[in-house]
Design a protein around this ligand. Structure first.
Ligand code: PMP
Ligand code: GLU
Length: 382
């Protein structure tokens, strides 16, 4: 089992800073915003009010019903909050118990690459085998039936989808969603879909929830959480929703590993979903302007090409033209020579090589400073 590349970079940046080195961190996907105040206030009130005990393992009825309302209204997915949802301490844990649910030892999980760093490791923790389906930057990482078919075997059990995608920033088109739905139906596969960036979309791009597609609901587990949309990374709160027969199995994994998400944190989550949503809009508008700043800045650097992402707060820059041997070498060089931390594309599977991921959830000042430092370091490089 390898270390998480994203957490390795978080740790490296902390250690360098503790030793007095100035580092601009565009590595991990960590919003520079604080959690909106009304959410924090409600959680603090709950804490003082004695909301400090175990909750039902599935989650508090208040939060479960808020999630069910959100799914119906925003995603077009009807669920029974007493049966079809489990609240989890983080989307990460929701993904893990979802994969434990659908995968038996020896099964294969199709993972589109470039894809987020933890999917393959989670499949291996479940005793299963992650099978990469490499997408190509040449066609904007498009998902095609041929690419999916090329990796199917008798042991293929499930397909993992992430839209909008970390690290590429691609959002599923309706054509791709239809391809995935037909593919899963024809091979009788489960779909685990990670939709944690659904609210961070640009230029009018619309989010498509796979569970809302005809024939998908009965085979799909949908994971979501509060970290990104509400700037709540340190709260550790997420959920999985889907057919009760599957979600009930995921619940057993939660009961035996964590028990339940923190009580007062769930109160914060319910406030996030039920309260005013203007902070989400404000943060996303700010990400949109930081996106322009970083994309323009990157494309002005020699040898770097970067298309604007449709969603997420990641720029996935093509660095082949810099002449660097590979993405890890380039990322190490950038940290050493410019004091800028980025994530090498290789962390996202073989399909990510030739790229580095830069998070523009960092502050505007940090992004400006990082671009300046990259420019001067690359000029020195020659
Ligand atoms: N999925 C993706 C694609 C992510 O980037 C992250 C990063 N945090 C997660 C899931 C996990 O989120 P959480 O903080 O809720 O564990
Ligand atoms: N998801 C974020 C990232 O991709 C945070 C780190 C993590 O959870 O792995 O950087």
């Amino acid at each position: 089992m390898e270390n998480s590349a994203t957490y390795a970079i978080f740790d490296l940046v902390r250690n360098l800073r503790a030793r007095g080195t100035s580092v601009i961190d565009l590595g991990g996907g960590e919003p520079a915003f604080d959690t909106p105040r009304h959410i924090t206030d409600e959680a603090v009130t709950a804490l003082y009010g004695g909301f400090t005990h175990y909750t039902p393992s599935r989650g508090t009825p208040e939060l479960l019903s808020a999630i069910a309302g959100k799914l119906e209204e925003e995603n077009g997915v009807a669920v029974d909050p007493t049966r079809d949802i489990v609240v989890t301490p983080s989307a990460k844990h929701a993904l893990f118990i979802s994969l434990l649910t659908v995968l038996d030892p020896g099964d294969e999980l199709l993972v589109l690459t470039p894809g987020w760093v933890s999917y393959g490791a989670m499949a291996r923790l479940a005793g299963a085998r992650p099978v990469p389906v490499a997408l190509s930057p040449a066609d904007g990482f498009r998902i095609t039936r041929e690419r999916l078919e090329s990796r199917v075997t008798g042991r293929t059990r499930a397909l993992l989808v992430n839209t909008p995608n970390n690290p590429t920033g691609r959002a599923l088109s309706s054509g791709e969603a239809a391809v995935i739905a037909a593919f899963a139906r024809d091979h009788d596969l489960f779909i685990v879909t990670d939709e944690i960036y659904e609210k961070i979309l640009y230029d009018g791009t619309r989010h498509l929830s796979l569970a809302a597609l005809p024939g998908c609901a009965e085979r799909t587990l949908t994971v979501n959480g509060f970290s990104k949309a509400y700037a709540m990374t340190g709260w550790r709160l997420g959920w999985v929703s889907g057919p009760g027969r599957l979600v009930g199995e995921a619940l057993k994994a939660l009961q035996h590993t964590v028990g339940c998400a923190s009580a007062f944190v769930q109160r914060g989550g319910a406030t996030a979903l039920l309260g005013p949503q203007d902070a989400v809009g404000r943060m996303t508008a700010e990400y949109a302007s930081r996106r322009k700043l970083i994309i323009d800045g990157l494309n002005a650097l020699p040898g770097i090409v970067c298309a604007p992402p449709e969603g997420t707060f990641y720029a996935f820059a093509d660095i082949v033209g810099t002449g660097a041997a590979d993405s890890a070498t380039y990322a190490e060089w950038l940290l050493r020579e410019a004091g800028v931390a980025v994530t090498p594309g290789s962390a996202f599977g073989a399909g990510g090589e030739g790229h580095v991921r830069l998070s523009f959830a960092a502050s505007r000042e940090d992004i400006e400073e990082a671009l300046e430092r990259m420019g001067s370091a690359m000029a020195r490089w020659g």
